[in-house]
Design a protein around this ligand. Structure first.
Ligand code: SAH
Length: 223
C-alpha cells in the first residue's frame, strides 16, 4: 500500500473534486476508502493538458492511440468490487493506459502488476508512477490475454479492456478465493463480469453486474 503525497502537486479544483465524489456516492459507490483515494488522486495529471479542465467530470477521456481513461464511476465501481473480496495483496491490471487505475489501486492494495500492449502509453504511465513515488507498481509491455504468469497467483485481476470471451489464462492465475473483474463482449454490447474462484478448487462463480462500454482487448504488442 502506498500513501501518495500530493502536497507539492496542489489540490486543484477542490470544488469540482467534491462534486465528483458526491456524484459517485449518488450512483451507489459506498466504499469510503475508494472515495477518499479518488478524491486525493490528481486525475488531471493523467490526461493531456488540453483536457485537464474536464478531469473531474464523470466521463471517459481520450489518452491517445484510440484509447480512453475510463469514467470515474466505472473505475470506482470496479475497484470497490475488487476490494469486496477482502484485503488484497497482489493485483494484476490488464491495460495500464494512462496509469490512473493503477495509481488508485496502488493506494489500496499491497502490490500492483500492470500490463499494457502499447509501448508509448506504458512509457508515459511509468513516468507518472515515478513522479508520484509509487514504488509498488510493476509493469510489463505485453499482451494481457496471457496474464503475467511469472508473478501469479493474484488475489485480484482487473481488466480495463474487453475480450469477447474470458481468457483461460486469467482464471488459472487466480489465487484461491481470488476475484476477476472484467468487461466481456463485443464493440456493441458488453457486460461487467465478476468471477470468483471457489477456494482452492477449479470452480468459479460468475456474476454479471452491469452493462459497460470498454475498448476491446487486442492481441500482440505495439511499439
Ligand atoms: N486502466 C487504464 C484504461 C486504459 S483503456 C487507465 O486507467 O487509463 C484500456 C487499455 O488496455 C488501453 O491502453 C489498451 O492499449 C490496453 N489493452 C488492450 N488490449 C490489451 C492487451 N491484450 N494487453 C494489454 N493491454 C491491452
Amino acid at each position: 500500500m502506498n500513501s501518495m503525497d500530493f502536497a507539492g502537486i496542489g489540490m486543484t479544483s477542490q470544488r469540482t473534486r467534491e462534486r465528483l465524489i458526491k456524484r459517485l456516492k449518488e450512483q451507489g459507490i459506498s466504499n469510503q476508502k475508494v472515495l477518499d483515494v479518488i478524491r486525493l488522486t490528481p486525475r488531471h495529471l493523467f490526461i493531456d493538458e488540453a483536457l485537464a479542465h474536464r478531469a473531474y467530470e464523470d466521463t471517459a477521456l481520450p489518452i491517445g492511440f484510440s484509447q480512453t481513461l475510463s469514467q470515474p464511476y466505472i473505475v470506482a465501481r470496479m475497484t470497490e468490487i475488487l476490494l469486496s473480496a477482502g484485503p488484497l495483496r497482489r493485483v494484476l491490471e490488464i491495460g495500464t493506459g494512462s496509469g490512473y487505475q493503477s495509481t488508485i489501486l496502488s493506494q489500496l492494495v499491497d502490490t500492483v502488476f500492470s500490463v499494457e500492449r502499447i509501448e508509448p502509453l506504458l512509457k508515459k504511465a511509468q513516468e507518472r508512477f515515478q513522479t508520484f513515488g509509487l514504488n509498488n507498481i510493476y509493469t510489463s509491455l505485453s499482451d494481457g490475454s496471457f496474464g503475467w504468469n511469472n508473478n501469479a497467483p493474484f488475489d485480484g485481476i482487473i481488466s480495463t479492456a474487453a475480450p469477447q470471451a474470458i481468457p483461460e489464462q486469467l482464471l488459472r492465475q487466480l489465487a484461491p478465493n481470488g476475484i476477476l473483474v472484467i468487461p466481456v463482449g463485443n464493440g456493441v454490447s458488453q457486460s461487467l463480469s465478476v468471477i470468483k474462484r471457489v477456494g482452492h478448487s477449479n470452480e468459479y462463480d460468475e456474476d454479471i453486474v452491469e452493462k459497460v462500454k470498454f475498448v476491446p482487448l487486442l492481441t500482440g504488442v505495439s511499439h
